[in-house]
Structures are given as structure tokens and as C-alpha cells.
Design a protein around this ligand. Sequence first.
Ligand SMILES: Nc1nc2c(c(=O)[nH]1)N[C@H]1C(S)=C(S)[C@@H](COP(=O)(O)OP(=O)(O)OC[C@H]3O[C@@H](n4cnc5c(=O)[nH]c(N)nc54)[C@H](O)[C@@H]3O)O[C@H]1N2
Ligand SMILES: Nc1nc2c(c(=O)[nH]1)N[C@H]1C(S)=C(S)[C@@H](COP(=O)(O)OP(=O)(O)OC[C@H]3O[C@@H](n4cnc5c(=O)[nH]c(N)nc54)[C@H](O)[C@@H]3O)O[C@H]1N2
Ligand SMILES: [Mo]
Length: 794
Amino acid sequence: MSIFEKIKESSVSRRTFLKWSGVSATPIVFGGVATKKYLKPKAVAATQKDDEETIIPTCGTTNCGGRCLIKTHVKDGKIVRITTDDAEEDSLICPQIRACLRGRSYRKFVYNPNRLKYPMKRVGKRGEGKFERISWDEAIDTIYKETKRITDKYGPASRYSTYASGNWGGIASGRTMFKKLMALTGGYLGYHNTYSSAQTSNATPYTYGTGATGSSLDSLVNSKLIILWGHNPAETIFGTSNFYLKRAKEAGAKIYVVDPRYTNSGIGLADEWFPIRPTTDNALMDAMTYVILTEKLHDKDFLDKYCIGHDEDHMPENIPEGESLESYILGKKDGIEKTPEWAEKICGLPANKIRQLARDYAMAKPAALLQGYGPQRHMNGEQIVRGATVLASLTGNVGKNGGWASGQGGFSRTSVASVPQVENPLGITIPCFLWTDAVTHGTEMSADDGVRGLKDGETLPSNIKLIFNLAGNALLNQHGDINETAKILEDESLVEFIVVSDVFMTPSAKFADILLPSNTFFERHDIGLPWGYGDYAILSQKVSENLYESKSDYEWLTLLAEKMGVKDKFTEGKTEKDWARWVVEETKKQDPSFSTWEQMQKNGIHKWKFDKPTIGFEKQINDPENNPFPTPSGKIEIFSKDLWDMDNHEEIPAIPKHIAVGEGPESELTKKYPLQMIGWHYKRRCHSIHDNNPWMEEAGKQEMWVNEMDAQKRNLKDGDIAKVFNDRGVVQIPVKITNKIVPGVVAIPQGAWYTPNKDGIDTRGSINVLTTLKPSPLAKGNPQHTNLVEVEKI
Ligand SMILES: Nc1nc2c(c(=O)[nH]1)N[C@H]1C(S)=C(S)[C@@H](COP(=O)(O)OP(=O)(O)OC[C@H]3O[C@@H](n4cnc5c(=O)[nH]c(N)nc54)[C@H](O)[C@@H]3O)O[C@H]1N2
Ligand SMILES: Nc1nc2c(c(=O)[nH]1)N[C@H]1C(S)=C(S)[C@@H](COP(=O)(O)OP(=O)(O)OC[C@H]3O[C@@H](n4cnc5c(=O)[nH]c(N)nc54)[C@H](O)[C@@H]3O)O[C@H]1N2
Ligand SMILES: [Mo]
């Protein structure tokens, strides 16, 4: 039986289901999908009095997918209320930039009684969480001496700052300022990739030559059909996505969701949900391609003019017969036609639904297939990304207003001046997910492990010996395989010194040797920029003095820079506020339409206005002679010769295709661990931030979604505490029984703080206890949604 039939069988109708789960069918509120103006328009002005409250606009600079206008109402120096953008204009060319539930709850972040209040040094075993208060002088002195000792002994390649997204402001985060300080004093081991989008950012350029494949979102109002393919902006925000998806729907677009879960975006926006097993998207895509090709729904002129690799007549030179997309789909070499019936067995969608999806996508012109990053955070994530680029090309949806090129989807048509950086004299980077490998056996790592900047045959000069984890929880909580990572960190002969700066005693903070209390964005100046998909910049203004003994990373790194003798080069004579002003003024020099410093202080936000959409690859499509794609062939590369030449055709094929993963529905391991487990980015948290925010606990509990049929088999009732386990660890978590998830799959929202009991079992539902450290093949990215587990009632 297909998943679809199973769901129909075990499921209630959408209407009853909505009643059940207590959600209404009206638009969801988070992320600005909500309708109309619910507040009276008011001017925002730092000087304006409102019942003795001063309203100071600022911007949240945690990495939450949005970057919103936060209006703090300050009374007697204290934030008493937070409101958000209520500008009179809320239009297609100038939407309001409203805060979601997380933005509105920041008072419980900044005034949380559990904030770290003073610097501390470790007194127990590493990771045990025992600390003693020290002065800032002692903290800086210790960091200085240890940095010097380790650098003298192991060289600059031993110094590493982890991926850390707690401060995603554009000015002076610990992450960027660490790099500057280390670059000024001999260099450091850098990283490339992100935990967000490694697979897509590496794979997409093999098709299009660039990851910047998106269009401005106002183009979506021209779409006839929008497929949210593993994309859930109702929770993940992605700039102004919710505003434009709602407008597109009002303009008549159909919206489909392809996701193992019936998401909040599905509930708020979608006409239909296509429930799919995780990691099997390419089986569905292959079958859609089969239907489109065999029913002649493809845009042959488009393919012949702009693409290579779609059929045997359009292949790069010196490639043997039978390697084109068409040959693969028709089974010319392997004898397997990639029919909907073939795909049904793998992905769980019934063949007739696959046909419908293929026909609807091919015939609705233009149509936009939008992917989130969830589908690519998998062991075969590179395939899922390139598979979507093939569908977009096959249907001629590239370069069209209302179409979408798919792939990474990166897009930005506005920018501000960037703070000058200092080049790293070492010039070597590792994939950020592989830092634990670089701790245990860095000196064996080469280009084969994705290391960049080494000469042929070289390996890393040193293992990582010194870690700065500044505004991040990926030292433990957000990284893979927490139990293994904890073991690596506990061993003081490996990493010899760890500095953490954070606002709270997080699971990562417990592994610090020196733990520094950071201030929050309310206590400093910065510039907040959206993740593309938003034509605005926000001044993140200081609203309060530093609380307790906290300092910004910039402030204490300046003290360290002074000890290291490079203070002037490090600060260039500027405070964070000076840098914010510098960015505004430099931007205005290049773009006279930009706001002045005074306007930014008053309004908080600068919004650019564009009278028409900007379409990705429009030039390449309209005038290909003068604008080749930035690929080796100048065409859209459905078949990539560069990938072919890597000579690892099983794992890294030259055309995207379904590849069964080691921990997937087709794997042997399902005998032991029969359930696929994915995570998702939950509305109540920004990764691990807000896990300790009491208001958010009310907004969304930490619980695991389990399908009714899987629950029945295990005698689980709603709210029961279950044990979830695999060879890597054990998690305890309450279950939520729901038909909003595909049978055979469970989902735990990512980001809960690792909270082990005395037996080492996590009691909070921290998903990375169950995830792996093994990277995906091409990008060496984190496949954190690819896991097999078993679930038992406790
Ligand atoms: N509320 C909130 N918003 C956030 C963040 C946050 O922590 N909290 N973090 C921000 C950051 S840094 C990032 S990178 C983004 C992350 O944004 P995404 O990576 O897009 O978010 P996810 O929730 O991981 O995945 C999106 C959807 O993909 C689905 N999915 C998982 N596996 C598969 C699959 O195999 N196939 C298909 N078709 N779908 C699949 C999930 O069920 C989910 O609904 O979110 C940003 N926004
Ligand atoms: N299983 C699984 N794991 C995942 C993901 C997933 O989908 N599934 N998603 C991955 C993704 S996309 C990402 S981006 C990463 C995110 O991983 P991280 O970058 O580690 O993100 P956060 O959990 O938000 O951690 C930010 C930390 O910064 C602290 N902080 C906040 N403000 C400040 C400040 O101003 N200064 C300082 N010094 N500290 C501050 C917060 O308290 C918090 O502890 O997680 C990844 N991990
Ligand atoms: Mo991310």
C-alpha cells in the first residue's frame, strides 16, 4: 500500500483534522502571513513619548531565517514591551517587516534570570559544567597565554573558531572578529560551507554555474502553481516569503506541498499535500521526468537551446553512450524505466499522484518549484537539489517571471557596505561540519576530505588544538552525534583549550575552559540584513547598557587584541556604534537613495522599493549569445562533465538521480531500526535559542511526531514518553500522535538542549544524540535529517 492510501485509510478529512489540532484554517500569524493591519499606524521615532515609554527600533540578529523590525518600548531604562513594524504601507513593493512569535518574546531572552553574569573558569572535568567566577582581567590573561602557548607549539592551523550563528549581524560578531584578530597575528584554520545549506550551495553551481538562482519573491504573484518542496516558511520565515506566498495565492496560484510532514505552511497555504518518505525525492523527480518526457510535456526548444545532457544528441564530448538524462529515465543502460510505478515503491506516493504532480507542474505555465534546505540536509541532499533544477529546465521555467530555477535559490538585489576584513595568511579551510575530524585526525585530512587551500598531496599542518566557540551551540548541541562529540571534547589531550562566549549555560558552554558572558543584541549596535528575499536593512540599536558584567564579543576581543599588540589594526579606532554608522554612511555614498544615519536611528529600517520583479537568469534566457551561463559549457548542465570527471559515479553521478542512502527506507538497517527520523526548524526556537524561554514552551512543546499506525504498533498513546534510539544514543521525549506525518517516519524538532540523565540518556529530546558525523559525499555537508531509529514506550 502506498503512503497516500495508508494516510487516507488512517486519516480524518482535512476539516476534521483542523478542528482536532485546534488550528484554524485562516492564515497563520507567524512570519507575517497574517492579514491586514491589526495595529493603528504609528510613526516610529526614538524620541517619541508614548505614556512615558520611549520607542527604540532595533533588529534581532540571531540567525532565525528572518530579520525583523523590533520596536522596544523602554521605560526607566527597561524594555517593557515589544511591538513591531506597523508602517502604513504594506504592499507588494514595500511589505511590513513584522516580528514572529520569537521576535515578540525577546524580553524573556534578554531578561532571563539564567543569563551568564560574569566570566568563569572551569574547575571540574571538561564538560562537567563546574565553574568558578573570575575577573575579566584573569579571563583575558588566561586566553592570551593559552593562545600564545598553543600557537607557538602547533602553529596557526591549530586555531579554529566553530561555525556559530548566534550573532548574524553584519558588523562585528565574534565569528568575524575572531578571524580578523587571528589573521592579524599569523592566521587560523578557516571553514567553508554552513550547517544550513552545504549540499545545495555545493551542488547547484554544477547545474547553473552559481548558487544565486532565485528571483525576487514578488515574481511569485505571476505563478500558476507553486510547489513548496520541503519548504516550510510559516516556521522558517526565509525573509519575506510568507507575505509573497499569501499574495500569490490571492492572485490565484495553486500551492502544493511535498514534505514528509503536513507542515504549518501546508495548513496555511496549500491546496494539496504530497506526503513523501525522506531521502526519496529523486525517485519522485525521476518519475515526474518520465511522465513529462513520455507524455511530451517537456519544453524541447528550451532544452535544445539552453541545456546539455538532456538527451544523447546534447552531450559533452568523450562521454560514452547512454549517460544522458533521457537514457537514464528510459532505463537504456540499467533496464529500469523510472516509471511512476517504480517510484511509488520507493517514495510512497501512489503512481496516479505522481502523474498528477508531473502533469500539473509541466502544464501550469509558469510554475515555481521552491525548495527549503530541509530536503538537502540529507546524505543524498546534493541529488535532491540538482533534481529540482532538472525539472525546472525540462519545463522551461528558468528565467521566466513566475517560474523558478530551483536549486539553492540564493537571491539579493540590495546590499550595504561591508566592514573590511583581513585576509587569512594561512588560506586553508575545512568543511565546517568536519571540525571534529580535524580535531581527531586533521593531519591526515586532504582535498579528498573537502579541505581547500592545500597543495596536491598535502594534508592539514596540524590538528585543531584551540577552539573559540563564540555565539554558537554547534560545539555540541547543533553538531552531529552528541555522544561522540562530547567524548572528543572531554579528552584534553585533543583540544587543549576552549573559549566559549554565550548568553546562557548551554550544553556547549559546559565544555568551556574559559566561559565568557556575552551581552545580547539589545546591548550593542549592529546592522541586520535579511537572508536575501527582502529589500531592506535594519539598524540594530543599543537599547540597554550591558547587563551584569557582560560584554560583546567585539568588546572583549578588543581587550585581547590589545594584549596581543594589534588593537589599533583590530578596531581601526572604531566602536561597534562607529562601525554601524560607517556602514550606513558608506552605503549612502554608493547609493544616494539610502537613509542617513539620523534617519536610520529614527526609523530603524531602510526599505528599498522596486517597481518590478528581478528574474534569475533572465539575461541568459533572453540574450544567450551575450550571456552564457557561468558553467564550463555556458549552458545549463543537466549532465555535468566536472562531476563525471570525479569518477565516483555511484555516489556522485553526473546527472541527478535517486540514490538509496545507508539510513533510508531501502536500507538493510531498517530491520534493526525501522523508522526514518527527521528534524525540522521549529517555530518556538531559533535552533537552540529560546529553548529556555518560558513563553515559547507554551507556544510549542518539545515533542516527537509519530504517525497513528506506527504508534499503534508500539502501543503508544498521545503524550506518552517514548525512548528513541539507534547505535549512537538514546533520547526520551513525549510523543504527539498525528496523521500529519508519513507512516514509517518520526520527526523531532531540532534545537532542544541536550540534557542527559545519569545513564547518559537525553531527557529533553535533543535530536543530535541520534544523528551522524558522517558527511554527504560531494559537499561534505551535515546530513542531519538522515537517520534510522526505533521507538519504544517507556
Ligand atoms: N523557527 C525557526 N526558523 C528558522 C530557524 C530556526 O531554527 N527556527 N533556522 C533558520 C536557519 S539557520 C535555517 S538554515 C533555516 C532552515 O530551513 P530548512 O532547512 O528549510 O528547514 P527544515 O525545517 O529543516 O526543513 C524544511 C522542511 O523540509 C522537510 N523535509 C525534511 N526532509 C525532507 C525530505 O527528505 N524531503 C522533503 N521533500 N522534505 C523534507 C521538513 O519536514 C521541513 O518541513 O531555517 C531558518 N529559520
Ligand atoms: N539535527 C539537526 N541539527 C542542526 C540542524 C538541523 O536541521 N537538524 N540545523 C543546523 C543549522 S541550519 C544551523 S544554522 C545550526 C545552528 O547552530 P548554532 O549556530 O550553534 O545556533 P544556535 O543554536 O542558535 O546557537 C547560538 C548560540 O549563540 C548564543 N547567543 C545568542 N546571542 C548571542 C550574542 O549576541 N553573543 C554570543 N556570544 N552568543 C549569543 C545563544 O545563546 C546560542 O547558544 O544548527 C544546525 N544543526
Ligand atoms: Mo541554518
